[in-house]
Design a protein around this ligand. Sequence first.
Ligand code: SAM
Length: 238
Amino acid sequence: MNKERLVSGLDAMGIAYDQTAIERFEAFHAILDEYNQKMDLTAVLDEDERIDRHDLDSAAPLAKGLLLPRAKVIDVGTGAGFPGMPLLILRPDLEMTFLDALSKRITFLQDALRRLGLTATTLHARAEDAGRMPEHREMYDAAVSRAVASSAVLQELMLPFVRTGGAAIAWKGPGVQEEMTAARRAAFVLGGTVRGIEPAPVPRRDDWAHCLLITDKTGKTPKTYPRKAGTPNKKPLA
Ligand code: SAM
């Protein structure tokens, strides 16, 4: 791994790290490579691109102070651990839950967490089902999610996990503006209020136009949400 690229990227974003974090990034990349030979975890094989697209992109909320010390965070549709793993590597104080509908990804994450010496919760479930479980419903300071669904659908997958006063943070690209009206309507139904879009530039990648769509949890999510698994995607709110 090109440590210099990672370190200079974090420096440019104004994100603090220690030597242990850099060593864990390096170890995590090696574990990803190992598993990627037997399962489809990431299509990003180029090391420099992996640093930019996975590690630095995932760290964006830390550049903006969006996650308070010891915040309880759930990564909805984490896949190979993005954005949750870079966030936890950089901020081991976070109480992170990794959620995914695919068990093989959860098995990978459990092994990676153990080998990295990190503590977190893993959950093999659909977000629609977990969002109804008392131990997860409205129990989190923040929900984070990248590359899982449209902005309106994400409101239904994320907001049920977030306590009143917390926030849902979705990673988005340049198309986010077209999704804003639907996202605002869906958030309103689910006890949220869209705060807005924060630019989330990745150093050396000026053409990416990545951003974070932030929704504040302003009230309780009605008991009828989330709807049953699959329905949010088939019939998006708004
Ligand atoms: N967030 C990761 C990233 O940015 O690299 C993975 C993105 S991948 C395209 C989408 C992931 O979301 C898959 O691992 C899939 O299993 C998971 N997923 C999609 N819908 C889900 C749902 N309703 N509940 C839980 N996981 C879901």
